[in-house]
Ligand binder design. Structure first.
Ligand code: UDP
Ligand code: MG
Length: 351
């Protein structure tokens, strides 16, 4: 994976899966951006919404592409939905509000926002004014240069060090190492995406933070840029340290999907074969020893161990085969391609 220093913002560039990706070409920069959607999950943030909305208008007003803001009220129990309704009525052109029936969590709220957003460029951000809408035009500018993901990095993070910043640094290190997409700040929600590099990633659990890893996996060009970060002035955070555990479990899932989602039998079958091999060698050793020295096979503690290894290995291989069937159902029932296309010339499209 290459890590290059970009121009301006002292940004690093990450090209997942390619050893020496050439510099962006002019033709790569021509991907037109037709509409921008800013997707914002909202859970009990009524104090910040009006100010946030104004800041968004100030920032987005200068853009030369059409834009919309999609607020998803995630079952707030305060006045958030009322405030959003007022904002939506006053600004039908730019403001969408989707109110969920109950609190489904930030990831589900983001998924809902993506479903309702019309834009081909999506900016995700928090509603709490810790992210700064003023960074969005700079991020869109970078997208126009040909990046598929522009990832915000809270270089100067304004949160408690021990409970927030430190665990987050460790988590970022682990996620970068495991997924191979090296980012300083997976936790920062403020990121811009071309829609086509994130469609196909279904969001479950706490997985929104892994969207960049998925994008890297489908071949997106990712740029990381420092963004502003402010202390939380309104409301309070919805998370504590327990989130770390969920993140680790989600990381396991994401790693599995990214590395073995197409070929689960490599994961199950490899260890399965190894276990069967070890078990067989052990058993063979016991039999040979019986023949040469008359030491009983059945009395040796290695006998049940060898059987267990063989049975477990066999089971693992079977599990891998079942998983292979599932993969086929998944891709073929929905005719999902197992590849992603950046650009196709002179073709009528896949049949
Ligand atoms: N959020 C949400 N549903 C939830 C929890 C949070 O929609 O169940 C929203 C919240 O309103 C905010 C964003 O997700 O816009 C991030 O939440 P928070 O600021 O509490 O997380 P932190 O920035 O502290 O990690
Ligand atoms: Mg926040």
């Amino acid at each position: 994976m290459t890590v290059q220093r970009g121009v301006g913002y002292n940004a690093s560039r990450f090209c997942a899966g390619r050893e020496d990706e050439p510099a962006l070409e002019v033709s790569d920069m021509m991907d037109e951006m037709k509409q921008l959607s800013v997707v914002i999950p909202v859970y009990n943030e009524h104090e910040s919404l009006t100010q946030l909305h104004k800041a968004l208008h100030d920032a987005l007003g200068s853009l030369d592409i059409p834009w919309e803001i999609v607020y998803v009220d995630d079952g707030s129990t305060d006045e958030s939905l009322q405030v959003l309704t007022v904002l939506a009525e006053a600004d039908v052109e730019h403001t969408r509000v989707v109110g969920l029936r109950r609190n489904f969590g930030q990831t589900a709220a983001i998924a809902a926002g993506l479903d309702y957003a019309q834009g081909d460029v999506i900016v995700l951000m928090d509603a709490d004014m810790q992210n700064d809408p003023a960074d969005i035009p700079m991020m869109i500018e970078k997208m126009a240069e040909g990046y598929d993901v522009v990832s915000g990095w809270r270089k100067n993070r304004q949160d408690k060090f021990i409970t927030r910043t430190l665990p987050s640094r460790i988590a970022n290190g682990i996620i970068s190492w495991v997924t191979g997409v090296r980012l300083h700040d997976y936790g920062c929600t403020l990121k811009a995406y071309r829609r086509e590099v994130i469609t196909g990633f279904r969001l479950y659990g706490e997985m929104h933070r892994f969207i960049p890893a998925y994008a890297g996996y489908v071949g997106a060009r990712i740029l990381e840029v420092p963004v502003r970060h402010h202390p939380r002035k309104f409301g309070k955070t919805k998370y504590g340290l327990e989130r770390t555990l969920k993140v680790i479990l989600d990381l396991l899932t994401v790693k599995f999907l990214i590395s073995y989602g197409h070929k689960p039998n490599y994961l199950f079958g490899g260890p399965g074969l190894a276990m069967m091999g070890m078990g067989s060698v052990l058993l063979l050793f016991l039999v040979v020893r019986r023949v040469m020295t008359l030491v009983s096979v059945f009395e040796s503690p290695f006998f049940p161990i060898s059987l267990m290894l063989i049975i477990m290995g066999f089971q693992a291989i079977l599990m891998g085969l079942i998983a292979e069937l599932q993969v086929r159902t998944y891709y073929e029932a929905q005719r999902k391609p197992t590849y992603t296309v950046r650009r196709a010339l002179n073709v009528a499209g896949p049949r």
